[in-house]
Design a protein around this ligand. Structure first.
Ligand SMILES: Cc1cc2nc3c(=O)[nH]c(=O)nc-3n(C[C@H](O)[C@H](O)[C@H](O)COP(=O)(O)OP(=O)(O)OC[C@H]3O[C@@H](n4cnc5c(N)ncnc54)[C@H](O)[C@@H]3O)c2cc1C
Length: 491
């Protein structure tokens, strides 16, 4: 009789069956690559738990066998944090089947969801009970709450409601060895010792698997006013923010910066889009004020604020959405900039934040560097200007990407994807050095993943890195949780 080899994979399949563990090639193909297609790994297999006890038994086995586990949500992250390495030894654990809303409490303004719930489904569940879950980002139709928590996602409403971290009441987490940290509390006040939940938020799956969360809800906005505003420069965006804050009674929920090139790319690549304003402007902002009061005359108030801004030359033009269709059309432009950039070609993404006062000088300095060193690239600098967070992206330019360079000393004469990739580290370091000189962050909302491990080591004080490594050791002594992400060399 021929004995079957007793490999970790054969044991996994034997123990948990095809219901929980799949080796189907098509399924693995999809989970082996990140959404930007810059990392390609090779998973041992794909685990598809249906509930928390399934996660517990899978992690207990992996811990005993020292099998690395890579949690994966919607796989929309930008840093390769949910992609397995190339060794074929890491088990990808997808939360996609754990997508139930466990309970919702409109009195306590809270909702308990499984980690695999799609963000848009959580928003809808809140709407059904006349409440609002404010986390909102371009990937909301496919990213999952577990992924949002693990990256501490930001999005377009941070100005008013904060990052994902600020929207969490409690968590249920399965630790590396299969123990459960059950803090799925809906309490708003709980000062019983160290607040461990915050360690898992933003940990990118390196400390445990988030299996469920209790999230904060808010009163549903009943009056909304949204405008697409033409401005001459980034400084005007910041002045407008101050005006909107003081004149609206702090009702501002979003202020997003859009460069003219961002609008152009969207009009070029995304269907059903059109420019909201007739005369082009170097920059625009999309701003929104909201109130839970039905009778609040917000459109009128926004009109007054913008008319005053027009008179004193702060803005050059503005369109206020007259109905929900127009509002959605404005947001469609903003939310599709990443997709439009992808259609245009490869891009080097910088997800930076600096104290908001310094944004104009940062943009000026870093843009001048790009103009000098990567002159043929498209600089697409857009994003959450109200939070001091911009996506300072350097994009391949379609019509140029076949050009061949003659001068080897400049970066841009041969601006193919390969060329940008080859110089990516140098370009990033130059931009991040500017960020650092303003005491900013080189990763405002996308995290570290695989992509920015070097940057974390470069820009973080030794004492802080040591503390991070010590925390990792406490929660994951065998180094099985998403090794090589955030921190190097834990396996
Ligand atoms: C078009 C577009 C727009 C975007 N806009 C924004 C934006 O405005 N703001 C922003 O912050 N991000 C944005 N992103 C990035 C991305 O959507 C977010 O980082 C999102 O939070 C990732 O969620 P996910 O479910 O796809 O996670 P994944 O990409 O699957 O995973 C991300 C990380 O979380 C870990 N993880 C996932 N689930 C769990 C779990 N249950 N337990 C433990 N670890 C887990 C993974 O291991 C990985 O480390 C955008 C992406 C796209 C494609």
């Amino acid at each position: 009789m021929i004995r079957k080899p007793n490999t970790p994979l054969s044991q996994l399949v034997e123990l948990f069956g095809p219901e929980l563990i799949t080796t189907d090639e098509i399924a693995l193909e999809a989970i082996n690559t990140d959404q930007r297609k810059i990392f390609k790994g090779k998973a041992l297999a794909l685990a598809l738990p249906k509930n928390t006890p399934d996660i517990i038994k899978i992690l207990k086995f992996c811990y005993a066998q020292k099998i690395a586990v890579v949690p994966q949500g919607g796989n929309t992250g930008y840093c390769g944090a949910a992609t397995p390495d190339e060794t074929g030894t890491q088990l990808v654990l997808s939360l996609r089947r754990m997508n139930k809303v466990r309970s919702i409490d409109p009195v306590n303004n809270s909702i308990v969801v499984e980690a695999g719930c799609i963000l848009a489904d959580v928003q809808r569940a809140a709407e059904e009970v006349d409440r609002f879950f404010p986390l909102s980002l371009g990937a909301e139709g496919s990213c999952q709450i577990g992924g949002n928590l693990s990256t501490n996602a930001g999005g377009v409403n941070v100005l008013r409601y904060g990052m994902t971290r600020d929207l969490v009441l409690g968590l249920e987490v399965v630790l590396a060895d299969g123990r459960v940290l059950n803090k799925l509390t809906a309490l708003r006040k709980d000062n019983t010792g160290y607040d461990l939940r915050h360690l898992f938020i933003g940990a990118e799956g390196t400390l445990g698997v988030i299996s469920a969360a209790c999230l904060k809800l808010f009163s549903a906005p009943k009056s909304i006013a949204t405008a697409f505003v033409a401005i001459p420069d980034v400084n005007a965006a910041i002045k407008l923010l101050t005006k909107l804050r003081s004149s609206s009674g702090d009702l501002i929920s979003s202020l997003e910066l859009i460069p003219h090139i961002g609008l152009e790319l969207v009009l070029k690549h995304i269907e059903n889009t059109r420019a909201p304003l007739v005369i082009p402007s170097p920059w625009y902002v999309l701003c929104e004020i909201t109130s839970a009061q039905v009778t609040e005359p917000l459109v009128q108030r926004l009109e007054e604020i913008l008319t005053a801004a027009l008179k004193n030359g702060l803005i050059s033009d503005a369109a206020i959405a007259q109905n929900e269709r127009e509002r959605q059309a404005f947001w469609r432009i903003r939310k599709h900039i990443p997709e439009a950039q992808r259609h245009e070609g490869h891009s080097i993404k910088h997800d930076i934040s600096v104290p908001i006062n310094y944004l104009p000088s940062f943009v000026k300095q870093a843009s001048a560097w790009v103009a000098q060193n990567v002159p043929e690239a498209l600089l697409v600098c857009y994003g959450h200007v109200g939070d001091g967070n911009l996506h300072f992206n350097i994009n391949e330019r379609r019509e140029n990407n076949q050009r061949k360079g003659t001068n080897q000393n400049t970066l841009a004469n041969n601006l193919t994807k390969d060329y940008l990739v080859a110089y990516e580290a140098n370009i990033q370091r130059a931009i991040h050095d500017f960020v650092s000189s303003y005491n900013g962050s080189f990763s405002a909302e996308h995290g570290i993943g695989k992509l920015k491990v070097d940057e974390l080591e470069h820009y973080t004080e030794t004492a802080e890195l040591d503390m991070m490594r010590s925390i990792k050791k406490i929660f994951d002594p065998k180094g099985i949780m998403n090794p090589g992400k955030v921190l190097r060399g834990h396996n």
